[in-house]
Design a protein around this ligand. Structure first.
Ligand code: NAI
Length: 319
């Protein structure tokens, strides 16, 4: 048996000055990769900046014989980050969009600044870094991308509307990158990590944090970005505390209604059980076949117009 190696490959990791990013950086350097350690070095809410975070990680990697360079740009400046990889190592093979901040606040108290900063780092930042690497990935017909999503985005999380929206964006971003990249051997996946970092230090109890080391997320990412992965793309995984699981969409049986005047709110409510029927689900990676469904709907026997009902089945009074 041999380890998965990354010799002669350049791995760019954003936000690698601490937490999960640092764990990725030290792992890939130890497995032979040239690593770009990007970190702006600010606080977890996005204030300030410092070269220290990235420098410490680069020094640690070099001290044990690894190859790493620092980059201190914000991910909003993705071109400069990819440029650092090209100048130092002449190529880029793997991009891990990991940098992140939090601006937790109830929706009632959300300020535009809280919304915009989260958007800038998580959505715009991942876009800019990926956009900068993309032409090189296409040209060399090889690229591996990890985008970082979150259970907050997948399932919602109190006080995190900004973060949830930004994190779920990474799923759609990944799914489309996977589709556009397939022809060029560009593989993109999204990971929702759970790990003890400064980001979670205040929201999880200390004994739980002890068992959620960032290192337990890293091996999944290594599997996904390794050159031997040529098929797993456009997928979403949860990883943390030794639990690794794929997530996917599930579509209910659904209701089919004739598209005429009988398609009323009340008619939908009479078929509400079908709308919610997951007894024979399918697991789509594309929209339903609307043309076929439309044809099928047209073949349905004429339905009588149903009065508008409410969820209790009573006729809804529109006042
Ligand atoms: P962390 O705060 O330890 O690390 C994030 C790093 O990103 C920091 O070193 C920070 O300086 C850097 N950073 C922030 N803004 C930046 C910018 N504009 N440009 C460059 N670097 C920047 O947090 P953690 O937990 O390691 O988070 C890593 C990623 O994982 C984030 O995207 C986060 O949203 C995500 N995540 C983490 C979870 C967890 O349980 N720790 C849960 C779900 C998602």
């Amino acid at each position: 048996m041999s380890d998965l190696r990354f010799d002669n490959q350049t791995v760019v990791i954003t936000g690698a000055g601490g937490g999960l990013g640092k764990a990725y950086a030290t792992f890939f350097a130890a497995r032979g990769a040239n690593v770009v350690v990007n970190d702006l070095g600010g606080s977890y809410v996005g204030d300030g900046k410092s070269v220290r975070a990235a420098d410490v990680v680069v020094n640690e990697i070099r001290a044990v014989g690894g190859k790493a360079v620092a980059n201190y740009d914000s991910v909003e400046n993705g071109d400069a980050i990819i440029d650092t990889a090209l100048k130092a190592f002449g190529r880029v093979d793997v991009l891990i969009n990991n940098a992140g901040i939090l601006r937790d606040v109830s929706f009632k108290n959300m300020k535009d600044l809280d919304w915009d900063l989260i958007d800038k780092v998580h959505i715009y930042g991942a876009y800019k870094c990926t956009r900068a690497a993309w032409p090189y990935f296409r040209e060399q017909k090889y690229g591996r991308i990890i985008n970082t999503t979150s259970v907050a985005g997948l399932f919602g999380s109190f006080g995190q509307t900004n973060y949830s929206a930004a994190k779920l964006s990474q799923v759609g971003f990944t799914e489309t990158l996977a589709k556009e990249g397939a022809k060029y051997n560009i593989i993109a996946n999204a990971v929702a990590p759970i790990a003890a970092t400064r980001m979670t230090a205040t929201v999880m109890p200390p004994d739980l944090l002890e068992s959620l080391k960032p290192e337990w997320v890293v091996p999944l990412v290594a599997v996904l970005v390794h050159q031997s992965n040529t098929a797993e793309t456009g997928s979403v995984f949860e990883a943390g505390g030794g639990h690794i699981a794929k997530l996917r969409w599930e579509r209910a049986k659904g209701a089919l209604l004739k598209t005429d005047a009988s398609l009323t709110p009340g008619a939908i409510l009479t078929k509400w059980n079908d709308v919610n029927d997951f007894s024979q689900p399918d697991y789509p990676n594309r929209a339903a076949d609307f043309m076929a469904l439309l044809e099928e709907a047209q073949r349905l026997p004429g339905a009588s117009v149903v009065p508008d009902l409410d969820f209790t089945g009573k006729v809804a009074l529109i006042t």
